[in-house]
Design a protein around this ligand. Sequence first.
Ligand code: NAD
Ligand code: MG
Length: 387
Amino acid sequence: MQRVAVLGATGSIGTSALDVIARHPQTMRASVLAAGSNVDGLLALCRAHAPAHAVIADTRHYPALRDGLQAAGLATEAHAGGPALDALVAGDACDSVVAAIVGAAGLSSTLSAARSGKRLLLANKESLVLAGDLLMQAAHRSGAHIIPIDSEHNAIFQCLADGSPPARITLTASGGPFRGWTRAQLANVTPAQAVAHPKWSMGPKISVDSASLMNKGLEVIEAHHLFALPGDRIGVLVHPQSLVHSLVDFIDGSTLAQLGMPDMRTALAVGLGWPQRITSGVGLLDLLAQGGRLEFEAPDSAAFPCLGLAYAALAAGACAPAALNAANEEAVSAFLQGRIGFLGIPDTVSAVLDAMPTQPADSIDALLDADARARAQAQAHLGKVST
Ligand code: NAD
Ligand code: MG
């Protein structure tokens, strides 16, 4: 029986993971469920999945979690706070960890899973952007098997299954809700427009990142760490149908791609079942029913500067990717709150990258320090530009 910890259980990926796990009651079960502050959502999931442990990150909600579990007559043990979550992830309550907390807030628990040798189903791309070298080293040392859950990286993982090294990889991007729009048209878009993704149903932060193409930028850095490739061997192609999830080129001229419906349960089933294939609830791909066309175009780097900023941060190395990620999280949050316009996101990230001194990134403390300083810089910039 595979015991799975689902971190970010109340979110989009967490819910999809629980859907796949529930389809295989003979072989796996959710043993730890964790959420940020949505205690009602977490309690509902506990009633449905009866995990051994439930963790709410925001400690103020601990009494509500404990009392809610008791009122439901569940044997689930209540916990609160980041350190409790890290300990549960590292301990013997789980064999596999679905790391699906959003943002840098997921770093500590993701690292805990990597250090303790767990199977790590990694959706929390921000932790790789922030601390990719240290995370990969930790997994290497402990023997933790990382299976990428981001659909593009999961596609590449599947294409690399025979062990041949890739010559180049190409990440596909849907282009988001504003594909084809000019910079001038982007100036007045609303948060509601930005989160209305045409192909994928996702949480608000990654939806805005998809609209700005920062998501693809973060994914380039993620791919660099997962597949040990330099930035100039990682390409991006806009593919509006979102059916080809990425491509891998090999030295003999072969290109392998993975295709499927845009539903994250496929990637999660790959992670939960690997090396076996298991059912996910996702239907088989019918290319004709999907319109019979697969189109590709170059990303518009003038209208969507975030992708270029991410490539630049990857090339600069050291603390630059951590600063990029932190500035982006602050800017996206300000955009979702209506404090800045959509173009304020790349402007803020660019200003923070320009202002940050480069310093080595050889420890978690140095990276967390860079993260904190970039957030302060971003807030100072946002204070100047917000209306
Ligand atoms: P979401 O906003 O739907 O869910 C986020 C989850 O994280 C929630 O359960 C929330 O309670 C939890 N959380 C937030 N802050 C926390 C904290 N401080 N401590 C503990 N838990 C906390 O987000 P999502 O769309 O599910 O994305 C999750 C991660 O997966 C992100 O890193 C995202 O980039 C990545 N990802 C998502 C998708 C997708 O299709 N949704 C695809 C690829 C990658
Ligand atoms: Mg992706």
